[in-house]
Design a protein around this ligand. Structure first.
Ligand SMILES: [Zn+2]
Length: 260
């Protein structure tokens, strides 16, 4: 699949309007685009189907949404007809009402949208949905998978995470593009690596905890830090703030203790 990345501001004169948020556009195919505001890091899908344009996970923010709506109009010469959300967190549903006001319909099921297959799982939230658009061979997985942050499998625990990833891997084929809610899309190989790194992380936390380590010792443990760095796929100098690292250890411990 050819992925062409271009900046809409460079192509469309309307973006030169003062104060307009910049929308970054990735074309996957004639029927599938990824959109993202330059100042908000949720990845949004815009798919063309026989029933009209489907928008996945519009982000909040009036400026972002005005720019997003213009970008969709420019790409498809049409507006969103249906809205889908991978889960109910604000960074994924915050733009729903903007498009509903514009006439789009928020749908909970893709039963009537034959070109989109939905799989329901529980990992990042208690109701995660994965959307497979077969025509572009793209799988929208929300925050079950993250290439910009550490895993956040807090609702389903490790079992929920593994079955969610397995459900994603069953869709499409080896060339499918996996689109996380945050960060860059990848193929399945990287998702499998993410699953393995997550399992390695959990078992190392468990092992060190059982050896008697307390939180402050876990925080400075080199083995744990090195597993954590595997999630830093873009090699950022500071991957996440130290506070977030400690919170991730704490939440992992809570999950282990609850047996999830
Ligand atoms: Zn999110």
């Amino acid at each position: 699949m050819k992925v062409v990345l271009f900046f809409i501001a460079g192509f469309y004169s309307f973006m030169s309007l003062a104060n307009a948020a910049e929308i970054l556009v990735t074309k996957l195919s004639d029927e599938a685009y990824l959109l993202k505001s330059a100042n908000y890091n949720t990845t949004i899908g815009a798919l063309k189907t026989s029933k009209g344009i489907i928008l996945i996970d519009p982000m909040p923010g009036e400026d972002n949404l005005t720019a997003l709506s213009k970008a969709i109009q420019t790409i498809y010469d049409s507006q969103a007809v249906y809205l889908l959300n991978t889960h109910q967190h604000e960074d994924h549903v915050g733009g729903n009402s903007y498009f509903v006001k514009g006439g789009a319909q928020l749908v909970n099921s893709t039963e009537d949208l034959a070109e989109i297959k939905t799989v329901e799982v529980k990992s990042h939230s208690s109701a995660d949905r994965v959307f497979f658009h077969s025509k572009s061979n793209t799988i929208f997985v929300g925050d079950i998978y993250d290439t910009d942050w550490h895993p956040t499998f807090y609702a389903g625990g490790i079992a929920g995470f593994v079955s969610a990833v397995d459900a994603i891997l069953e869709l499409g084929d080896e060339n499918s593009l996996i689109v996380p809610g945050h960060g860059k899309p990848t193929r399945k190989t990287e998702l499998k690596m993410f699953r393995q790194n997550t399992l390695d992380w959990v078992s190392k936390v468990k092992e060190l905890k059982e050896s008697g380590m307390v939180l402050s010792e876990l925080q400075h443990n080199e083995q744990l830090k090195s597993i954590f760095q595997r999630f830093n796929v873009e090699n950022r100098a500071v991957f996440v703030p130290e506070k977030a690292f400690v919170r991730f250890i704490e939440r992992t411990l809570t999950m282990i203790e609850s047996g999830a």
